[in-house]
Design a binder for this molecule. Structure first.
Ligand code: AQP
Length: 330
C-alpha cells in the first residue's frame, strides 16, 4: 500500500546471535522509527555469506532474527519485515549497479580492507562487491533514509553516487538516499567488554553480551568486563571500559551520561558492574519473554515471512522493471 511517509531501509545480517550492540545501535531505534516512516527491515542473508556460514545455522539464525524483530516490538503489518534472498530483485539490481561501479571506487571501501584482513583465507568477490549489493538493497525500495553507523557511512555514500550516476546516465529513476542520524540515545556504539577499544560484534563474541543470554551469563560477563586501574566512574576517552559501561547503562536506563555518572558517584567498580548488568537484564527481560513465545510458533513466523516477501517483492519489482527498461532490456 502506498502512503506519503518517507521510506526508510535497514538490515541486519543473520551471521550469529545478536549482541546488545546490535540492539542499542540498530534494533531499538528501528522500533522508534516505525511510527514515523514506511520502514523496510530486512534480514540480509545474502550479505552474510560473504563470510563462511554453516547452512543449518544460517537458516536458524534467519528465523531467530525475524523472531527478534518481532519480540523487540516491530509490527509486521505496519512495516515490511523480510528476508533479502527471497526477493530476487536484490541480485538483479546488484548486477546493473555493478556494471556502473568502477573497480577503483569499490577498492577504496574500508570494510573490504578490514574484513579481508580478518579472513585472509576467504577474500571472495562477494566481499568485494558487498557495498554494491547494499546499494541495491537501499535503491530498490527508493529509500529516502538509511540509519547508518559510522562504519557504514562510506557504503551509503557509494549508494548515493550510484543513484546519481544512474539518474544522470539514463533519466531520473532512483531516489538518492540520505543518512538518518540517530538521536543521542539511539545509535550508541557499543564496545567489546573484554577489549573496549574494539566494536562488540556478533561474529567475534569473546566479550559480547548477547540479547538472548541468560541473566546469569549477563551478570558473569559484566563482572568480568575490563575497566582500568583508576576508581572514578567518569566518561572519558582515556577510560574506554568505564565509558562503554556507562553508555550501556545510560541506554538501558534511559538516562543521560551525566545522570548515569551521578548514579555512581561514590560507588566502586565491582558494584557499578553489577548495577550495569542488572539494567541490561531488566531491559532485555520483556524481549526475551516475547522471543521465547514467538520462536516456538513456526506457523506464525512463516506467515510473517511470507507477507514480508510479498510486500517487498511488489515494491522491488516496480523499481527493477523501470531499471531494466532504461538500460535497454526487453
Ligand atoms: N557494537 C555495536 N554498537 C552499535 N551498533 C552496532 N551494530 C553492530 N554492532 C554494533 C549495528 O547493528 C546493525 C547490524 O549490523 P550487521 O548485522 O549488518 O553487521 P555488523 O555491523 O558487522 O554487525 P556485527 O554484529 O559486527 O556483525 P558481524 O560480526 O557479522 O560483522 C548495524 O546497523 C550496525 O551498525
Amino acid at each position: 500500500m502506498e502512503n506519503d511517509k518517507k521510506i526508510l531501509f535497514s538490515g541486519i545480517q543473520p551471521s550469529g546471535y545478536l549482541t546488545i550492540g546490535n540492539y542499542l545501535g540498530a534494533l531499538k531505534n528501528f522500533v522508534t522509527l516505525q511510527n514515523d516512516y514506511d520502514c523496510y527491515y530486512c534480514v540480509v542473508d545474502l550479505h552474510s555469506i560473504t563470510i563462511d556460514q554453516v547452512p543449518a545455522v544460517l537458516r536458524q539464525n534467519t528465523y531467530n532474527l525475524i523472531a527478534l524483530y518481532l519480540a523487540c516490538g516491530l509490527d509486521y503489518k505496519q512495516n515490511t519485515l523480510f528476508i533479502q534472498s527471497q526477493v530476487p530483485a536484490h541480485c538483479e539490481l546488484t548486477w546493473v549497479l555493478s556494471c556502473n561501479t568502477m573497480f577503483g571506487e569499490a577498492r577504496r571501501m574500508t570494510q573490504f580492507k578490514e574484513k579481508s584482513a580478518k579472513h585472509p583465507d576467504n577474500i571472495n568477490v562477494g566481499l568485494f562487491s558487498y557495498p554494491v549489493l547494499m546499494a541495491a538493497d537501499i535503491l530498490l525500495y527508493q529509500a529516502d533514509l538509511v540509519p547508518v553507523g559510522n562504519d557504514q557511512k562510506q557504503h551509503l555514500e557509494l549508494a548515493r553516487d550510484l543513484a546519481i550516476r544512474f539518474n544522470n546516465k539514463f533519466s531520473p529513476t532512483l531516489t538518492v538516499p540520505e543518512p538518518y542520524i540517530a538521536s543521542k540515545q539511539g545509535g550508541a556504539r557499543i564496545m567489546d567488554l573484554a577489549d573496549p577499544t574494539k566494536k562488540m560484534s556478533k561474529s567475534d563474541n569473546g566479550g559480547a553480551v548477547l540479547m538472548l543470554d541468560t541473566p546469569e551469563d549477563i551478570m558473569r560477563k559484566f563482572k568480568r568486563a575490563v575497566t582500568d586501574s583508576d576508581t572514578q566512574i567518569k566518561y572519558h576517552a582515556s577510560k574506554p571500559g568505564i565509558s562503554n559501561l556507562l553508555t550501556i547503562y545510560s541506554a538501558f536506563s534511559s538516562k543521560t551520561i551525566s545522570e548515569s555518572e551521578k548514579d555512581f558517584e561514590d560507588v566502586g567498580y565491582g558494584d557499578f558492574k553489577i548495577r550495569v548488568a542488572e539494567s541490561v537484564i531488566e531491559g532485555l527481560r520483556p524481549i526475551q519473554n516475547e522471543y521465547s513465545r514467538i520462536i516456538k510458533d513456526k506457523a506464525f513466523l512463516e506467515q510473517v515471512i511470507d507477507e514480508g516477501r510479498q510486500k517487498a517483492t511488489q515494491k522491488a519489482f516496480k523499481t527493477i522493471r523501470k531499471i531494466y527498461k532504461k538500460v535497454g532490456f526487453i
